[in-house]
Design a protein around this ligand. Structure first.
Ligand code: NAD
Length: 294
């Protein structure tokens, strides 16, 4: 039982019913996922050095949104040192990013998409665009054009959906995400407050705002204020999202970004520095400056 409930359960990976995907792919949603993936990739490269088995030497990232692009950039940067450690020529390792839409990073300005693709292609990434993943088993990814990629490492970054605990809890939802009013209370249960990806906030044109960290953070602050108001009395704060922009890393030394609704575009060092600054700001905000020491 509760007087007030705050729900911030985040999103879940969406598999879109693609056969074999949930069973055989990796996801990247937590530090544990990242550590597991890192160890798995190292095992595969070590195995490849002995067997030259193509499935060990191939990494596929399925979905070229920001998660997929940032991840494949990390792999591109990691590969030279990992290969050196295991005595493998990096040119023998295949890194794919497979995207269903005609280009990666749908919705990003074309110039920045071009920059992302050319920067990553130079570091060994092969892009397959306009070609959805349709099936997967333990060692093969199948694409809509009938082609197959042999791999033991498929990381699925093809999208997110509302959290099923929230979707099935009985509160009012829209496509699995809780509907909230301007104060971030559930539209059906005023004693339930929601923040982040498990809620959906509709913009003025009736389109949902994207499930991003910057909005989750802002929603959390508004929920904090409104929860105190609900208990102590006073006027609740309305949630008015502030879009400071989007920054995407392309590995350690390159990045792209937009500031203030696509008006200012950044690439290269300025974008990398902004991305680093935004990480520092985020970490210090949630954990204090102490977090930066680690
Ligand atoms: P996404 O939904 O943004 O991207 C998923 C991509 O997968 C899309 O481009 C989609 O076309 C593709 N896709 C879907 N089905 C496919 C299929 N069958 N085969 C191949 N490709 C397929 O998901 P995400 O990248 O995980 O991002 C989720 C949210 O988090 C977004 O709002 C994103 O902007 C945000 N995000 C932001 C950052 C950042 O700001 N740096 C980083 C990561 C995520």
């Amino acid at each position: 039982s509760y007087d007030y409930l705050v729900t911030a359960l985040g999103s879940e990976t969406a598999y879109f019913g693609i056969p074999g995907l949930e069973e055989h792919s990796f996801v990247l949603k937590s530090v544990n996922d990242a550590n597991r993936l890192r160890a798995h990739v190292e095992t595969c490269i070590a195995e490849y050095s002995k067997t030259k088995n193509k499935a060990d030497g191939t990494i596929v990232v399925g979905g070229g949104g920001l998660t997929g692009i940032e991840l494949v950039g990390e792999y591109a940067d990691l590969m030279p040192s990992l290969c050196l450690k295991h005595g493998v020529d990096p040119k023998e390792i295949s890194l794919y990013c497979v995207e269903a839409a005609p280009t990666v990073l749908p919705g990003f300005p074309a110039e920045l998409v071009e920059r992302a693709q050319s920067s990553l292609t130079k570091r060994g990434v092969t892009f397959v665009t306009g070609t959805p993943v349709t099936k997967m088993d333990a060692t093969t990814v199948e694409l809509k054009d009938g082609s197959k990629i042999e791999t033991k490492t498929m990381v699925w970054t093809g999208g997110v959906q509302g959290n099923s605990v929230v979707a099935n809890s009985g509160i009012e939802v829209n496509r699995g995400r809780a509907l909230v009013n301007e104060f971030l209370q559930s539209t059906s249960h005023k004693d339930v407050f929601l923040a982040g990806d498990s809620a959906v906030v509709m913009g003025p044109e009736g389109r949902p705002y994207p499930p991003t960290a910057q909005l989750a953070w802002q929603m959390g602050e508004v929920v904090g204020v409104n929860l105190a108001v609900a208990i102590r009395g006073g006027a609740m704060e309305s949630f008015v999202p502030v879009f400071s922009g989007t920054l995407g890393s392309l590995g350690r030394k390159d990045a792209i970004g937009t500031i203030g609704g696509n008006k200012t575009q950044l690439k290269g060092l300025p974008a990398s520095l902004m991305k680093e600054a935004s990480n520092v700001r985020y970490l210090s905000h949630i954990k204090g400056l102490f977090a930066l020491a680690y």
